[in-house]
Design a protein around this ligand. Structure first.
Ligand SMILES: Nc1ncnc2c1ncn2[C@@H]1O[C@H](COP(=O)(O)OP(=O)(O)O)[C@@H](O)[C@H]1O
Ligand SMILES: [Mg+2]
Length: 357
């Protein structure tokens, strides 16, 4: 018995005298084990809860990202729609205007600018090669072409700055060679190298032009000054009126140049690449100015920016290597070439020309 008790104490590590039996000992372990398991289960649950929570948070973040992405995409789409609407509005307005002109009868509309077989040679170089073009009163025509196409030379002949080598150009019936003074009365021009005197202030440049262009019989000194004030106001040049013109940014200089061309309130305005070299914002600003002065005025604008021609003009003439290849409204050009948008029209016309050569 003594041996058996010792054996038991040995195997269980318990003192039988304390009353603990092997059975109770086993129960004790069972309790410990089950407690342990419960603790484990709780820990497991906590870990599982954390994982679920983490998943929910991650899911929320992903959902938030998707929502944000959708909002951004929606904004982009909305912006595109607005931009498209603006372009469409312009197109619609142009169509309305075209229809108006048609209603009045295109035949009845006065031809303001008429070029017949107009040419200009520099030595053997045909800068302008036998062009024919008519611009109606109140129309804005964009003369579109790459560098060297002959745009500036055409504009210079129309404003009597250079003499044609052949053919005729008439503005409101006045011949640019035989009636130079009468042409100058009704034509305003703004070119890349317009005679802005860099050392004169904005105001002085305008006064100088007023002295040259305004008929002294109709405009005494006071009236000339009034006209300068009016132009300063119209072109929002007041804030720079005392700035030396050479110190102005490119955008302001072009605006001054157009303002100077407008001093005599010309019936016909020639704008040679008015937005060349300007940043996007300055260009848009100038477009707005041009839109404003468009009313009841005949304008030829040269540019090699397609979107400019598209946005501003009633009709477009495409010039390549001294020749006018195609003329029409954007819609007509698209129809003629089977292309959509002026850039595609232009590329197809230029490539078509190259194939002919
Ligand atoms: N004063 C000039 N002397 C010689 N060649 C000229 C002169 N002005 C223009 N040209 C040439 O005539 C062509 C047409 O020029 P221009 O009318 O300035 O084209 P655009 O204005 O379309 O860029 C170009 O090849 C150009 O080099
Ligand atoms: Mg030019």
């Amino acid at each position: 018995m003594k041996t058996a008790r010792k054996e038991l104490e040995k195997t269980t590590g318990e003192n039988i005298k304390t009353g603990k039996t092997p059975v109770r000992y086993q129960e004790m372990w069972w309790t410990i084990e089950s407690n342990l398991t419960e603790k484990n289960i709780i820990e497991k649950n906590i870990i599982e809860k954390n994982i679920i929570e983490k998943n929910i948070i991650e899911k929320n973040i992903i959902e938030k990202n998707i929502i944000e992405k959708n909002i951004i995409e929606k904004n982009i789409i909305e912006k595109n729609i607005i931009e498209k609407n603006v372009i469409e509005k312009n197109v619609i307005e142009k169509n309305v205007k075209k229809k108006d002109m048609e209603k009045k009868g295109m035949g009845k509309m006065k031809n303001m600018i008429v070029l017949e077989n107009l040419s200009k040679n520099y030595g053997v170089k045909k800068a302008v090669d036998d062009i024919n073009l008519t611009v109606k009163e109140g129309e804005m025509l964009s003369l579109l072409g790459v560098n060297g196409a002959g745009k500036s030379t055409t504009i210079k002949m129309l404003s009597c700055l250079t003499k044609p080598s052949g053919g005729t150009a008439k503005i409101d019936g006045r011949d640019v060679v035989k009636e130079r003074d009468r042409v100058k009365e009704i034509v305003g021009i703004s070119t890349q190298d317009t005679a802005i005197a860099r050392n004169l202030t904005v105001e002085e440049n305008l006064s100088f032009m007023a002295g040259i262009y305004l008929d002294p019989k109709a405009f005494d000194k006071k009236k000339r000054e009034e006209r300068v004030e009016e132009i300063l106001r119209d072109f929002k040049l007041e804030e720079v009126r005392r700035t030396k013109s050479g110190k102005l940014s490119g955008g302001w200089q072009r605006r001054l140049s157009i303002a100077m061309a407008m001093i005599g309130n010309p019936k016909v305005l020639l704008l040679d690449e008015p937005t060349l070299g300007l940043d996007v914002l300055a260009r848009r600003e100038l477009w707005r100015e041009i839109e404003k002065i468009k009313k009841n005025r005949t304008i030829i604008l040269t540019t090699h920016y397609m979107e400019e021609a598209e946005a501003l003009s009633d009709r477009i003439a495409i010039m390549i290597k001294g020749k006018i290849i195609m003329t029409g409204t954007l819609g007509e050009l698209e129809e003629k070439t089977g292309q959509k948008g002026l850039e595609n029209v232009f590329v197809s016309v230029v490539e078509g020309e190259e194939k002919h050569e």
